[in-house]
Write a protein that binds this ligand. Sequence first.
Ligand SMILES: [Zn+2]
Length: 334
Amino acid sequence: MAVIDSLLKGYPIGLLYFVKTADGRYEVLDGQQRITSVGRFLTEKFAFPGVDGFERNFSSLPADQRAKLLGTRLTIYVCEGGESEIKEWFKTINIAGIPLNAQELLNAIYSGPFVTAAKEEFSNSMKPMLQKWKAYVRGNEKRQEILAEALRWVGRGDIDGYMAKHRFDEGIGELKAYFSTVIDWAATVFKGVEDEMCGLEWGRLYETYHANAYDPEAVWERVRTLYADEFVKSRKGIFEYVLGGEKDTRLLDVRVFEPKEAKAVYARQMADAEKKGVSNCPLCAVGHDANAKRIWKFSEMDADHVAAWSKGGATDISNCQMLCRTHNRAKGNR
Ligand SMILES: [Zn+2]
């Protein structure tokens, strides 16, 4: 509507960009919606509220307005040249104020039957599967972001390389099959859906973990428990943490002790060490080397969970001890 209104008033509707494909046809790179609106109006597919308030389709417009529409000159840039030329060309311009994103650019560079079929599958807002996909993949299908993720997965991170290799393929069989395999695997291993599952690197997770056997009931039980754990700061890390057998606590960004908690514990250990004439690192103090009586500065020590978080130890002051760097590193697991 806004497009027809602009044209009737003689306002510009912005630049249109076409790419000349290898077989000599033109593919719209930017301006698809504007062109479609004009085309649909001219072919009487919709009516437009005219200045007098009455809905008018094209044929019922006054003759001068019809002539004005038909006489409109559109500014169209046709992009031609090799891949690197087109790439360079697009790096330097912004289209209609909205720069092309990386995938839109790649679609232009590798235009052909593969891209056409891929867009049909992954950029189609009417696709019933889209709702399911969007539980796992973040992005706007119209901006080619779902397609980008599907290509990233099947291309093991190398979207450009995959598109170059498959550019002249007539179909997208492998792309489509791999994408569903990954999504179905994720939906089978994790029987529920959480917001934080959206946008994870499912392709990488699939490649790394799909050979393992999982009990979906037990997996989901662990996910629920970790979601309820107040010390887990990174919920999106829960899924890989569970897939990896709950070994890498870094994925969860478990809450660490605050400096004021560490300072209070340091003061308590200092008082104790002075009274007994031993080191203020409790592990040094029970040793038999030169450090047995060594007093470490606050800056030389780290706060440690006495009982590791992964074994149920809480991040509160009663479960905190200050250790010298060497002993804290040796203890590792928090
Ligand atoms: Zn020590």
